[in-house]
Write a protein that binds this ligand. Structure first.
Ligand code: HEM
Length: 504
């Protein structure tokens, strides 16, 4: 891993669940039985089912389909009944942006849901690409015969044993809704929800042991003949696979492996990233700006993984090189610990804030971490330091999102950027990600719209010219991201939601 990376946001969403700088994905599935939509729904189960329905239409032979969020275009198909898919996407949309596809968020949803329910830890990779239209049909239905179901799994690249494993693992959570399957549950009321096993809010082997013990209430086993696909699947090899995963440990290990494979099924055109581990040292909220005396200032925080450290009393410093790559006489920037940690299931972090004048600019920095018990570690981002460009600087203090409708019925987004006075740095642009709603589809399309910025002020800050960019932003798109760019340099991934409502 080197910083910055296009998995930075996803890594944060995965590991920073609670506390300082929380993203809070797990709030949607905590506790495991929870649904924000009330009785008769279970978000953790819906998240797992959504990923399965998206994935299973993969064609391993021609490399199409898989985890590509094409389900968003396929919800009117008889094979995709229920509100689970919409609910999942409506929650995950909070984390959806130009760096993070809905398909990656589906994979993350399985990680979070299984974990929230006490199941095994899955690994996350990033890089899934969202489909732009529907894919082929082919999700198994409870009324299908075994031959059809086996063939659908085989097309997706899973043999009969793997099919049995995947179904048993998935149906450890949740159940069947009477409103969608009244013929199976025998009750079409909106709160009717018949669970697959006796511990629907725990990711465990009760789905297997209830079944092998002859005590199952699983409606896809004991339901009306002709709609009991779990019975057909589980008996496909005479219960051999079910018997092999009946103890807690083999169930957990098997599900870890098969669900990992499930979330990593992607079209052959997609290359997944390496496994996203929690990054030991990560710069966050990095921003150049000008201080009150008009001097260039470097601000931000260093996030330090403390889960695997014995000594977490740390002195964290930055050591930087100026704009030209020279080391200034005092090039050390000290930090102050923020007295609140951030954490998730698999990581805990401390954050160290800094703000320092860098009069001659900055091109890169290294980070030193000194535990109170002694020793000093140096982090140089794989050798060349953490890179920073100081040619174009977004100035949030002068930028704003005015929430008054303009002639187009839109809001006005204004960005101010300081561009270094240099003849090679001309014509900066304001690049806004515009979200466009699509009828009947819960996920908007994203498109970058670039417009020219104009000179606004030439003498506010020595050595820089201020440019301003205005964008008539559809209100639907009020929560978005944007960049300011000049030539090959960009100050990017700024959140509109962080802007003031008035311009100064
Ligand atoms: C033969 C293959 C399968 C069939 C025919 C099937 C069928 C069904 C049906 C009819 C429901 C009830 C949906 C509802 O009422 O909301 C359901 C729920 C569910 N399925 Fe499957 N399923 C299959 C395989 C899988 C697999 C492989 C997974 C995941 C690994 C999975 C995960 C789930 C989950 C978590 C639920 C509960 C959803 C909720 O409670 O909202 N299913 N399945």
């Amino acid at each position: 891993y080197t910083w910055p990376s296009n998995i930075d946001y996803l890594e944060g969403v995965m590991y920073q669940q609670a506390g300082y700088r929380r993203f809070g994905v797990i709030d949607g599935v905590t506790p495991c039985s929870f649904s924000s939509e009330g009785e008769g729904k279970q978000a953790a189960a819906e998240w797992v089912r959504t990923a399965f329905h998206d994935m299973i239409t993969h064609n391993a032979a021609d490399g199409t389909g898989g985890m590509d969020a094409s389900i968003m275009f396929e919800m009117d198909r008889p094979e995709n009944p229920g509100s689970a898919f919409n609910s999942t996407m409506n929650f995950m949309i909070n984390f959806y942006n130009i760096q993070t596809s809905m398909a990656d968020l589906f994979a993350l949803a399985v990680y979070a849901a299984v974990r929230a329910c006490g199941g095994p830890r899955l690994s996350m990779r990033g890089g899934r690409v969202d489909a732009t239209g529907p894919g082929v049909a082919g999700v198994p239905e409870p009324t299908d015969d075994l031959e059809t179901i086996v063939a659908q799994f085989a097309t997706a690249g899973f043999n009969t044993t793997e099919m049995i494993q995947m179904v048993a693992c998935g149906h450890s959570l949740g159940g069947v809704h009477g409103i969608d399957f009244p013929d199976i549950t025998g009750d079409n009321s909106s709160t009717n929800f018949v669970h697959f096993d006796s511990t629907f809010s725990s990711f465990d082997s009760a789905i297997v042991t209830d079944y092998l013990g002859g005590a199952t209430g699983n409606p896809l086993v004991v339901g009306p003949e002709g709609s009991n696909s779990d019975l057909l699947v589980f008996t496909a090899d005479g219960n051999a696979t079910m018997r092999s995963i009946s103890d807690a440990l083999s169930f957990s290990n098997t599900c870890q492996a098969i669900l990992q494979r499930m979330i990593d099924v992607v079209p052959s055109s997609v290359t997944l990233s390496a496994i996203i581990d929690s990054i030991p040292i990560k710069p966050v909220a990095i921003q150049l700006t000008f201080d009150s005396s008009g001097t260039l200032a470097f601000t931000g925080e260093i996030r330090v993984l403390i889960s695997d450290r014995d000594d977490t009393e740390l002195t964290v410093q930055l050591h930087y090189a100026d704009h030209d790559g020279d080391i200034p006489s005092n090039n050390t920037i000290s930090t102050a610990e923020i007295h609140s940690t951030g954490y998730g299931y698999d990581a805990e972090f401390k954050f160290y804030a800094f703000s320092a004048a860098v009069p001659n600019g900055i091109s890169s920095f290294n980070i030193s971490v000194a535990p109170s018990s002694g020793g000093e570690e140096t982090y140089d981002n794989g050798g060349s330091g953490y890179p920073i460009q100081d040619n174009i600087i977004f100035l949030s203090s002068h930028s704003c999102l005015v929430q008054e409708t303009d002639a187009n019925g839109n809001w006005n987004l204004t960005a101010v950027a300081a561009v270094r006075n240099d003849e090679s740095l001309t014509n900066p642009s304001f690049d806004v990600v515009v979200k466009t709603p699509r009828i009947g589809i819960p996920v908007p399309s994203l498109a970058v719209e670039s417009s020219a910025m104009e000179v606004w002020n030439t003498d506010a800050y020595k050595g820089f010219t201020l440019y301003t960019g205005h964008f008539s932003l559809p209100i639907y798109s009020w929560s978005t991201t944007f960049d300011v760019t000049v030539g090959e340099y960009s100050d990017s991934f700024k959140f509109s939601t962080a802007l003031s409502g008035t311009c100064s």
